[in-house]
Unconditional design. Structure first.
Lengths: 204, 236
């Protein structure tokens, strides 16, 4: 059973639906008990970093998350803002600590040329490392759907599982033990996205 | 690159769930649903459509039409929409753009700007489905919505919409040059070449079309193929 964490940010419906279609029992909830009884956790989200952290704190979810993910080592998948929140620090609007699970910082994408607009919105091809578990069996350089202005910069190259390019190299996915996270929206990335979610369910 | 925009009474173009499935199968990049007849009673129509579409399609979905408050926007996002488009409400109360942007994230908010030539022949922004003049120039208003926190601009030429005579490339490029956020061109696509022109000559970040896909035999597959051949980075 997977709990899709409801902390009042993001399109929870599509994430839940995508997982259900893969045959998974899904619960959408912000209740700490529903996180405790899940086998797997998914943290979606679209919005600003400080708001995300505030909502998690307000819902009393930070300690539960630490317990379930860092101690019990349940497979965890962060999507978009959910990925950014795993970082040590975020710089959106204000400097703020994240969950601190991935050594890195969340910073604004720098538009290197006048032709590059921010937010980065649209499909973009992603290249994954050979040993990535999330990207197993997915055609190399498949396109996934991105919609974000901020990106995670990883301090440890080993955490980076996949990258995309938009003026600069952008981390598209991280994998660190039982912690997985993607900047793009697999629930909006049609076949490649479905395959990635299936990989999370089966191989994480 | 390609967003298909559906508007009006859904009966005109078919059951939205079915149409959405077709677009999904054809690999449209994104779908935009605008309920142009939106009033408070019609609010449930949009919610039902979003729910129906989101159940079948795993592609990016933008919805708009009569969104006037944060709760209305939130409801749509909870049903499966990824972005909300606001138009009249943004002009009538620009602070609304910022409210949505702060609460939902900049990239969730699409500012929909409709323009046409006024009686003096000058392009002007109109609200309420082209009936209400605003005195605003499209470029100036686009700059303002960006400043206020919109993540994208959906720029529609009311004069061109449905005519299939091509985008108003002059205005598309003027607005694209004026803002740092993505601009989606809409209104006027008659041929697949128009889509290429929208990106290359119009400098839009994305091109949107409706009539060409609803009423001709052009398909999204063909559109992607032609754009790829023109050297544009469309997905395979």
């Amino acid at each position: 059973m997977t709990t899709v964490i409801d902390y009042k940010l993001g399109n929870l419906f599509s994430v839940a639906k995508a997982l259900e279609l893969l045959g998974e029992e899904v619960l959408v909830s912000g209740d700490p008990n529903d996180l405790r009884r899940a086998d797997r956790l998914v943290l979606p989200g679209v919005g600003a970093f400080p708001q995300g952290m505030r909502n998690l704190e307000g819902a009393g979810l930070i300690d539960v998350l630490r317990e379930e993910v860092l101690v019990k080592k349940k497979p965890f998948l962060g999507i978009c803002l959910g990925m950014q929140l795993t970082a040590a620090r975020g710089f959106e609007h204000e400097e703020r600590s994240g969950l601190g699970w991935i050594d890195g910082e969340v910073r604004l994408i720098s538009a290197q040329s006048a032709n590059l607009k921010v937010p980065h919105i649209g499909w973009n091809d992603v290249s994954a490392k050979e040993d990535s578990r999330l990207f197993r069996g997915i055609r190399p350089n498949s396109d996934f759907y991105f919609v974000h202005s901020y990106a995670l910069h990883c301090a440890q190259e080993a955490d980076v599982a996949a990258v995309t390019h938009y003026g600069e190299e952008i981390v598209a996915a991280v994998e660190h033990e039982n912690i997985y996270a993607v900047q793009f929206h697999p629930e909006k990335s049609q076949e490649a996205g479905q395959q990635l979610l299936e990989n999370f369910l089966r191989h994480a | 690159m390609i967003k298909t925009k559906m508007f009006g009474e859904y009966r005109d173009v078919g059951n939205p769930r079915t149409v959405a499935k077709v677009y999904d199968a054809q690999k449209a990049d994104e779908l935009i649903f605008l309920d142009i007849t939106a009033t408070d009673e019609k609010r449930t129509l949009l919610l039902d459509i979003v729910r129906a579409v989101a159940e079948e399609c795993f592609m990016p979905l933008t919805v708009g039409g009569g969104i006037r408050d944060l709760n209305g926007a939130r409801e749509l996002l909870q049903r499966g929409a990824d972005k909300v488009a606001i138009n009249t409400a943004a002009v009538e109360r620009p602070e609304f753009i910022t409210e949505l942007s702060d609460a939902l994230g900049r990239s969730t908010v699409v500012a929909s700007i409709d323009f046409k030539k006024n009686p003096e022949g000058v392009p002007e922004v109109f609200t309420r489905r082209g009936t209400q003049p605003t005195g605003l120039s499209p470029v100036a208003w686009a700059r303002e919505v960006e400043k206020r926190g919109a993540g994208e601009v959906l720029l529609t030429s009311i004069d061109r919409e449905g005519t299939m005579t091509g985008y108003d490339l002059e205005m598309v490029s003027a607005v694209s040059d004026a803002v740092g956020i993505p601009v989606i061109a809409h209104g006027g696509v008659g041929t697949i070449q128009d889509l290429v022109d929208g990106i290359i000559r119009g400098k839009a970040s994305a091109v949107s079309a409706a009539s060409i896909f609803h009423f001709t035999d052009q398909s999204i597959f063909k559109a992607h193929s032609h754009m790829r051949q023109a050297g544009l980075p469309v997905r395979r």
